[in-house]
Unconditional design. Structure first.
Length: 232
């Protein structure tokens, strides 16, 4: 099997996964709007929770996996790990953009402001710009080895910021509430809301897998074209 054939198969697999996730996402919207109760204090605005939280989960998952893939690349020097890190970073930036867009939309009716420079928001915005810079760095370097090595360092630094974002609600005074699902005691969400959140998180995670798979396949195809051009 040639590299082009392998890339086509990877892209097709990622496309099927992404389409399945998008169908599931439509189901999540129906579940959230029609079959999940309205929160007593926040009203209908709270329903953006089922989009904001899963997108935040996927963004932080993506950036964490960039760091892990980058560390493994520096150790093993396997170009597949660099391809995966690059793909995960691109998808993570997209999910982070959704997170940073839906957050202010939700905050305005609840907090009375679109944005406030509290610890979690500031750290999240910094992480977003760090990975935008990561992608810009990759685009500016043409030597594959140098690009992979320098990008790996930035990816690892970004990963180290993720735990501080999670812990920021414990370490600093912030408008963000403490976790209501990942907490030592039982989740405080009603069962219907927890069900919708878990389904939405699973669908978003599946979408992340599909998009990363497609982007990885495109990277393989691009490298195959470059190798063919060099051989010609």
């Amino acid at each position: 099997m040639t590299s082009s054939d392998a890339a086509s198969r990877i892209i097709a697999r990622g496309l099927r996964t992404s389409v399945t996730a998008l169908v599931g996402l439509a189901g999540v919207y129906v579940l959230a709007i029609r079959f999940t109760p309205i929160e007593a204090r926040q009203g209908v605005a709270q329903k953006i929770f089922y989009l904001h939280v899963p997108s935040a989960w996927c963004a932080l998952l993506a950036f964490s996996l960039v760091g892990i893939g980058s560390a493994l690349y520096l150790w093993l020097q396997d170009p597949r790990l660099d391809r995966f890190a690059a793909a995960s970073a691109e998808v993570g930036v997209a999910f982070a953009a959704v997170m940073l867009t839906t957050g202010p939309i939700w905050a305005k009716p609840i907090w009375g402001t679109w944005w406030t420079w509290d610890a979690r928001l500031t750290l999240t915005l910094f992480l977003f710009f760090l990975f935008v810079g990561y992608l810009a760095l990759r685009a500016s370097l043409h030597d594959p080895a140098e690009r992979a090595r320098l990008s790996a360092v930035v990816g690892i630094l970004g990963m180290l910021l993720v735990p501080f974002i999670h812990l920021s609600v414990y370490l600093f005074r912030t408008l963000h509430p403490q976790p209501i699902v990942l907490k030592p005691s039982a989740p405080s969400l009603p069962p219907e809301m927890l069900r919708t959140l878990l389904v939405s998180t699973a669908v978003f995670t599946l979408l992340y897998v599909g998009l990363v798979t497609m982007r990885y396949g495109l990277a393989v195809a691009e490298e195959a074209r470059e190798e063919a051009g060099d051989a010609a």
